[in-house]
Design a protein around this ligand. Sequence first.
Ligand code: NAP
Ligand code: 8YV
Length: 312
Amino acid sequence: MNKPKVLQVGPLTERFNAALAAAYAVTPLWQQANPVAFLREQGEQFELLISSARFGCSAEQLLCLPNLRAICSFGVGYDSYPLDLLRERCIAISTTPEVLNDCVADLAMGLIIDTARRLSESDRFVRAGRWVSAGFPLGRKVSGKRLGIVGLGRIGEAVARRAAGFDMPVRYHNRTPIAGSPHGYAASLLELASWADFLVLTCPGGAATRHLIGRDVLAALGRDGILINVARGTVVDQDALIEALQQGVIGAAGLDVYAAEPEVPLALRELNNVVLVPHIGSASEETRLQMEQLVLANLQAFIERGELLTPL
Ligand code: NAP
Ligand code: 8YV
């Protein structure tokens, strides 16, 4: 029997690529000499697409895929897809929710501890041989501090559960308050930022949340406040953040995501009061394996039953 045809937009792990190729007739779009010309000439043969939160699929690419029926995406974020167009054309899309909650929340807690207790900075201090001639400056306490969460969803809830172990009171801001939530609701971002010691971002990216965190929110967070972003770089006005860190408007920041990845501006890299990691929220062996398996299970379910397991 012929293997079903699948178009894969960008590379994932060797393990995933091999598993996909074993069951399907895969066309790796990124390996085509001219991917744009390839799509224009041959796009109509594909009904199934594999992509990721990182590579997504543009409106221009969709135009070249008139027979597309389903997209199985690696990652939970969907800001790299034109959702209105997908809805209009009745193209189903799955993501990989839940399986990465723990790792992204763990990273958020790691960034909280790192920024407040200055772990990365103190590591640089020891490696540079500076301890022999000076003591390291004091950091800030973590336990018992106020934690504000922007986007109390699956990942935000996992952060809140971890914060309980640190005796941190939690408040949150979503567009809609969650009925029965044990956490206090802040009706505005300014209210949440003024209250919080740590402001953690776990909301989706995309046009609707672009620059939610700007100069006003940073000023409200204040000079002892710490911003943690494990959501999307677009949620923060990055220029305003750099200015706030340079001028001491906020105390520190821990960032996993950036405005134009993988570019990280020199102005950020030069600052000592920011911890910078390269979008590693879900990047553990265990979680990435579960995400890969969920992508494959979605694809199989769609082919066998016309239904995705974790549709958006
Ligand atoms: P989720 O369960 O859908 O939670 C998102 C939360 O954000 C919801 O509670 C939602 O509540 C809230 N929200 C949406 N728009 C908002 C707005 N304008 N202002 C305030 N809150 C808003 O999603 P999730 O699975 O937790 O994932 C969240 C995001 O994390 C993903 O979309 C992705 O961008 C990011 N992420 C990053 C990494 C990483 O590696 N760093 C990994 C995975 C995910 P309302 O709808 O009531 O507003
Ligand atoms: C992805 C992420 O691993 O799930 C998401 O939304 O940001 C990460 O978990 C990454 O974007 C690769 O696509």
